[in-house]
Ligand binder design. Structure first.
Ligand SMILES: *Cc1c(COP(=O)(O)O)cnc(C)c1O
Length: 391
């Protein structure tokens, strides 16, 4: 684990570790940025030209993780605008998941039958350049007034098929404790709401937000789960680990969702280091997302084959629970992008490939139509049959 991050000499450490101080002192000018990095011409121009197109904002804590000189620093590339964002992007759209169409009331996305994503705020501590909800983050139209939050809660109460409520945004942990208590107690009063989960990047960009008070509040409303969003091993600091420890000590299971990003984490070594670092912090890798077709993010998207290759290389070569599910979110739900290891059925054997590429033919009963509707493609025992190792 890296050493504890130190506050710069000009900031008192009780300020530095105060999440409100961090929020008030977020960096959003070239001048303020110069304290942390030497911005390139391209970054400076992009900061000017993306003004009013998409907000940028960086907490001092996260700024400290940036490399001062290297413009390709994976932390920098997640949060500092570049001119690529203004290039023509023929496939990128504003709302690729048609979330607005799936929202029966404002900011409540009811796409799966039994669970909803509830965007309780448009506010975030930092604005990731590839954000899925670029259309809404920081936009006044998407902020929720109390009456609007109540309408969404009423919708959940009126739909007894909803057993799982995902609080997301923006970042729901930008709410203060009183506001969170208001929200959680209302959701908990609904009998059919079994689990409440948070999607929050606070452990990554502002770990001091995970206070003891917050953790006791969450614990009062169990079962509460948190999914966070680490993208790179450089983000796995001692302060982030301490924030995770506070959550897990309060009985909150913590998962992680990573976005596959070109030039940031799209190689086997980085992804392996990230996921192994996460399990050392007792965070369970949950999803690896294929980057969405968001306008102005073409330079960050990878071919799906890149993700599939990374997944292949992880399987069998690290702890099973250090491996996330690689998925693409679509308007029809999340789709796993794993290439199957099962080749097909050759008579009374199912032929499969092992992680190291060997074939294995497992003797296996032939299913009858009534008990298993699924059919494997019929195949011949492959030519490598003489090398097949049969029990
Ligand atoms: C991702 C998502 C969920 C949660 O999906 P899980 O696979 O259960 O994590 C729920 N609703 C919407 C709209 C989502 O995009």
């Amino acid at each position: 684990m890296p050493e504890a991050t130190l506050s710069p000499p000009t900031v008192a450490s009780e300020d530095w570790t105060d999440w409100r101080w961090q929020m008030r002192n977020r960096i959003h000018s070239v001048e303020a940025l110069r304290e942390w990095i030497e911005p390139t011409e391209d970054e400076i121009e992009a900061i000017e030209k993306t003004e009013g197109v998409f907000r940028w904002n960086v907490t001092p804590y996260y700024a400290q993780l940036m490399d001062r000189e290297d413009p390709n620093c994976p932390i920098r590339r997640q949060v500092i605008p570049t001119m690529n964002e203004l290039e023509e992007d023929l496939v990128g759209v504003e709302d690729p998941l048609t979330e607005v169409a799936h929202s029966p009331v404002k900011n409540l996305i009811h796409n799966y039958r039994d669970r909803v994503a509830f965007c309780v705020t448009a506010e975030c501590a930092i604005y990731c350049r590839y954000c899925l909800r670029k259309r809404m983050v920081g936009d006044a139209d998407f902020f929720m007034r109390t009456g609007e939050l109540q309408e969404a809660i009423d919708y959940i109460a009126a739909h007894d098929e909803i057993r799982d409520v995902l609080l997301t945004g923006g970042d729901p942990l930008t709410f203060n404790e009183a506001h969170l208590e208001w929200l959680l107690s209302r959701l908990r009063a609904i009998d059919h709401v079994e689990i409440i989960r948070f999607g929050s990047r606070m452990p990554v960009k502002l770990p001091y937000r995970i206070t003891d008070d917050l953790c006791s509040l969450l614990a009062k409303h169990h079962p509460v789960w948190v999914n966070t969003h680490f993208n790179h091993p450089k983000e796995l600091t001692a302060d982030a680990a301490a924030a995770i420890d506070r959550l897990t000590s309060a009985g909150v299971p913590v998962g992680n969702q990573t976005v596959l990003l070109r030039g940031i984490n799209d190689d086997v070594e980085t992804m392996k280091a990230l996921n192994e670092g996460l399990v050392r912090m007792r965070v369970r890798p949950y999803y690896l997302y294929q980057a969405q077709l968001i306008g102005g993010t073409a330079h960050l998207r990878t071919p799906i084959e890149t993700g599939m290759h990374i997944m292949r290389e992880l399987r069998g070569r690290t702890t099973g629970f250090a491996i996330p599910d690689y998925v693409l979110d679509t308007p029809h739900g999340k789709v796993p992008l794993h290439r199957s290891y099962v080749r097909g059925r050759a008579g009374d054997r199912v032929v499969m490939e092992t992680y190291s590429g060997q074939l294995w033919a497992e003797p296996n009963p032939i299913p009858s139509d009534e008990n298993v509707p699924l059919q494997l493609p019929p195949i011949d025992l492959p030519p490598e049959a003489d090398t097949i190792d049969i029990r």
